[in-house]
Design a protein around this ligand. Structure first.
Ligand code: GLP
Length: 245
């Protein structure tokens, strides 16, 4: 079941997310001496990651390892659309002494990269995974129809046209043709291994897909519906994203 947290404004919702994430990371450090967190990107997470990185949260970043949810194949940080570039700009450059950040390297051979990341993440306890919901219901870059069954931690995927249009219209790429055709994503099964999943969606543009994600029986044609199967997933919405629920 997905636990809903509805706030009036995006600002209030982001504060609740940062509170929950901060508590979760601190609790993990207290219990295990370290925390492991998976970071998402997209318009939704720009301000959330910025707020999480603020020093007043008093997070011991030297005890935190981060993994990267998804990345395009064939581009690196010199490209405006690169998620590695985004995660550095909006998060990693703002925190000091992060224990480790395992980025998905878009220029590496994709199959080798999937294997490399798989080895790095296997046997890791994941305390917290951040996720957003794509306009087509994708989770990470698990595009519909998503593979709900693979036990690999990462996989190579073809990007859906809806996703390419979303990335282009958000201004990350100059044209549709510039949006890479492929990506590497953390798989559904790996996302579900996280002890807590925080999912966020803001604005009226997400209202329809959010209603499907919460109310449609889990189906790989709306990949984020799989979150219903997790026993500790919290969905944070502002009033606009909640409008069709
Ligand atoms: C992007 C990323 C996801 C993100 C989702 C939502 O394409 N692959 O990690 O969570 O789609 O993006 P946005 O927040 O811009 O709507």
């Amino acid at each position: 079941m997905i636990k809903l947290n509805i706030s009036k404004t995006k600002e209030q919702s982001m504060d609740s997310i940062v509170n929950k994430a901060t508590q979760t990371i601190k609790h993990a450090i207290k219990q295990r001496g370290e925390a492991t967190v998976v970071l998402a990107t997209g318009m939704t997470y720009i301000d959330i990651l910025d707020k999480l990185a603020q020093p007043q949260n008093n997070i011991q970043w030297d005890k935190v390892t981060c993994f990267h949810l998804d990345e395009y194949v064939g581009i690196d940080e010199s490209n405006k659309g690169s998620f590695k570039r985004y995660l550095k700009e909006y998060f990693a450059n703002k925190v000091t002494n992060l224990k480790a950040f395992h980025y998905v390297e878009g220029l590496n051979n994709p199959e080798d990269e999937v294997e490399r990341l798989g080895k790095l993440i296997q046997n890791k306890t994941i305390d917290l995974t951040f996720a957003g919901i794509g306009n087509n219901g994708h989770l990470g870059f698990n595009e519909p129809p998503a593979d709900f069954n693979t036990t690999e931690a990462y996989m190579v995927v073809e990007l859906d046209n809806v996703t390419k249009e979303q990335q282009f219209s958000q201004g990350w790429y100059k044209s549709m043709e510039d949006v890479p055709a492929k990506a590497i994503t953390m798989t559904i099964q790996q996302i579900l291994k996280s002890k807590l999943i925080i999912c966020a969606a803001f604005g009226s543009g997400k209202a329809d897909i959010v209603a499907h994600v919460v109310n449609t029986k889990p189906t790989n044609t709306i990949p984020a519906t799989v979150l219903q199967k997790h026993d500790n997933c919290e969905l944070f919405l502002d009033q606009e994203a909640n409008a069709k629920l």
